[in-house]
Design a protein around this ligand. Structure first.
Ligand SMILES: Cc1cc2nc3c(=O)[nH]c(=O)nc-3n(C[C@H](O)[C@H](O)[C@H](O)COP(=O)(O)O)c2cc1C
Ligand SMILES: Nc1ncnc2c1ncn2[C@@H]1O[C@H](COP(=O)(O)OP(=O)(O)O)[C@@H](O)[C@H]1O
Ligand SMILES: [Mg+2]
Length: 155
């Protein structure tokens, strides 16, 4: 993966409302434009990395890029699950994402239960990988510092 780490930000939009929240795994979806601008050699699949909302703290995350074969989406999506409990939804806010590693290709599953347990496995693996020094350092990247600085138009 020549393009990793890959940094991007975008506004959080509504997804298909398939109730990933009810499954306990909400995913913050990016607009089509952000998905269309991904480099051609970032293949579809499941990745892990770091994310922050607006100027908030940086947390571990997993991200799914592709067509969600279980649901047979016709539009490519990029959805981030952040390993943090937020007090409220953050639709419309800016999500900052640094993708640092690849986990697996997207798959179809026989049941919703097997999709859920695959995602839970991804989350556990991501948490472990992100503790490696080479990945921890990306958390401190200037990309996240810039998003913390106040927007100014003073003298
Ligand atoms: C870590 C992770 C792995 C995922 N893996 C798959 C997968 O292998 N196949 C699949 O069809 N969907 C996969 N998904 C996507 C879920 O199907 C998707 O999050 C769910 O459809 C919710 O979509 P919504 O945001 O439009 O409500 C994955 C999502 C996450 C966060
Ligand atoms: N830990 C979290 N990770 C991602 N999104 C979260 C999290 N906690 C709350 N949310 C909120 O939940 C929304 C996603 O829920 P989801 O059920 O996937 O709906 P949608 O189909 O609209 O994407 C996000 O846009 C965000 O506002
Ligand atoms: Mg979602």
């Amino acid at each position: 993966m020549r393009h990793l780490p890959y940094f991007c930000r975008g506004q959080v939009v509504r997804g298909f409302g398939r109730g990933s929240k009810q499954l306990g795994i909400p995913t913050a979806n990016f607009p089509e434009q952000v998905v269309d601008n991904l480099p051609a050699d970032i293949s579809t699949g499941i990745y892990y990395g770091w994310a922050s909302v607006g100027s908030g703290d940086v947390h571990k995350m997993v991200v799914s890029i592709g067509w969600n074969p279980y649901y047979k989406n016709t539009k490519k999506s990029m959805e981030t699950h952040i390993m943090h409990t937020f007090k409220e939804d953050f639709y419309g806010e800016i999500l900052n994402v640094a993708i640092v590693g690849y986990l697996r290709p997207e798959k179809n599953f026989d049941s919703l239960e097997s999709l859920i347990s695959a995602i839970q496995g991804d989350i556990e693996e991501a948490k472990k990988q992100l503790d490696l020094p080479e990945h921890l350092k990306v958390k401190e990247d200037n990309f996240f510092q810039v998003s913390k600085s106040k927007i100014m138009n003073g003298h």
